[in-house]
Design a protein around this ligand. Structure first.
Ligand SMILES: Nc1ncnc2c1ncn2[C@@H]1O[C@H](COP(=O)(O)OP(=O)(O)OP(=O)(O)O)[C@@H](O)[C@H]1O
Length: 301
């Protein structure tokens, strides 16, 4: 059974149709990323699923409950990690985590949880002594305190340095191993590509596309780009005309395998190294930009 099942969900604020008839489901143990530009309707959707906002119409089932009427039994089974939770600054990490785990009937062991989010060394540090990234880890520990079946993660790595971001990704991967279902919102497409089993791209209250990152990339029909350093001999005929910028040649290829084959054969024949030779298929970010930058009247696919 799906952990989240949403059908024809709508929610308007006056004339603004923030959520305009969306349907999707998230399977048990799946990591699902909701993507979209500012104002797309992501927060509204997520808060309806969390039970913190009302809907106008449509059906929503989360963990078998209607979040609007699920009450505390429902809330005990979900974890919510918001972007900026306010903390009691004088508490230590351990004190806060312990207090939070006690609120739940089957709360995590505080020390295990602190270790899971990589804060073991800061266990006895007061919140006011934590860095921004460490606070976000604490956010995550608090969201996980009740050992939730479903975790809502709102932009979990905003403001992180690259090392902290990679650490957070490892952590989410650990949660996947534990079988936690995760609904993630993020503006980092690399994050979605790395973590999510499936993504949904939302704009102006509607879903433009849903699928695995690979499905979306394959279905996008966006070209593969072949690039390399400017060679000292004339290029062989390729599927598209090369574009030379500075010392780099780019070919927006219509036949990536054929062009790569022609180029590498030609380079060997002429004994050329072809510096920085790269074949780059479209990324999730390319697909996202192509989808969200189309004018609203154009069909998305
Ligand atoms: N409480 C509110 N009252 C009026 N309008 C609102 C309210 N909350 C959201 N909106 C409007 O609904 C639309 C969707 O907002 P929402 O916050 O759901 O988008 P979002 O995708 O989460 O955006 P972001 O990426 O910026 O967080 C926007 O046009 C927003 O201005």
């Amino acid at each position: 059974m799906a952990t989240i099942e949403v059908r024809d969900l709508t929610r308007a604020y006056g004339p603004v149709r923030a959520v305009d008839g969306i349907s999707f489901s998230v399977g048990d143990g799946e990591i699902f990323a909701l993507l979209g530009p500012n104002g797309a309707g992501k927060t509204t959707t997520v808060e309806i699923l969390e039970g913190y906002r009302t809907r106008d119409s449509g059906t929503v089932r989360v963990l078998g409950h209607d979040p609007a009427t699920g009450g505390s039994g429902y809330r005990a089974r979900i974890g919510v990690v918001l972007q900026s939770a306010g903390f009691e600054e004088e508490f230590t990490v351990r004190e806060l985590v312990r207090l939070q785990t006690r609120l739940f009937p089957r709360g995590h062991d505080p020390d295990e949880l602190i270790a899971l989010v990589g804060l073991a060394e800061k266990r006895n540090t007061r919140v006011k002594g934590l860095s921004g990234g460490q606070r976000r880890r604490l956010d995550l520990a608090l969201g996980l305190a009740g050992a939730p079946d479903l975790l809502f993660l709102d932009e979990p790595t905003t403001g992180f340095d690259p090392a902290a971001r990679h650490h957070a990704w490892d952590l989410v991967a650990n949660l996947r191993e534990l079988g936690t279902t995760i609904l993630l919102t993020t503006h980092y497409l690399e994050e979605a590509q790395r973590l999510a089993d499936r993504v949904a791209v939302m704009r102006e209250g509607r879903l433009l596309a849903t699928g695995t990152p690979e499905d979306l990339r394959a279905g996008s029909k966006l070209p593969t780009v072949i690039s390399f350093g400017t060679p000292s001999a004339d290029l062989p005929p390729l599927s598209a005309s090369p574009d030379v910028s500075g010392t780099t040649v780019r070919v927006v290829s219509r036949d990536a395998v054929g062009d790569a084959w022609r180029l590498t054969g030609w380079a060997r024949e002429h004994n050329l190294a072809l510096a920085d030779f790269a074949v780059s298929p479209p990324t999730l970010e390319d697909v996202y930009l192509a989808l969200t930058e189309e004018s609203p009247d154009e069909p998305a696919d």
